[in-house]
Design a protein around this ligand. Structure first.
Ligand code: SF4
Ligand code: SF4
Length: 92
């Protein structure tokens, strides 16, 4: 059985996570993101839906709108303290 993979992107203020195989392809996260961080993938997931992909992680402000509108908990953001983000930078 395939293991669900959580993808992670570093943003200016923390991280953005997407669990592609949980996505039902509703596009809410793409439409509601105020910063146009997301786009629809051209690759379908394990369920046959097209999940979001991150096209501009730098623009993400970790507002959590994508997380709030996702009916499947497939996308979420984690805001970190500036110190932690800087430490994250140091470790790539
Ligand atoms: S946290 Fe906000 S800015 Fe970042 S991807 Fe989600 S909706 Fe867009
Ligand atoms: S809101 Fe959730 S289910 Fe809908 S496209 Fe985005 S990640 Fe997928």
């Amino acid at each position: 059985m395939a293991t669900a993979v959580t993808k992670r992107w570093k943003t200016k203020l923390g991280f953005l996570f997407i669990q592609e195989d949980e996505c039902k392809g509703c596009n809410f996260c793409i439409e509601f993101c105020p910063k146009k961080v997301l786009e629809r993938s051209e690759q379908f997931n394990a369920k046959g839906y097209y999940p979001p992909i991150v096209i501009d992680a730098e623009a993400c402000v970790n507002c959590t709108f994508c997380e709030l509108v996702c009916p499947d908990f497939a996308i979420w953001s984690e805001k970190l303290s500036p110190e932690t983000v800087r430490e994250g930078d140091n470790h790539g």
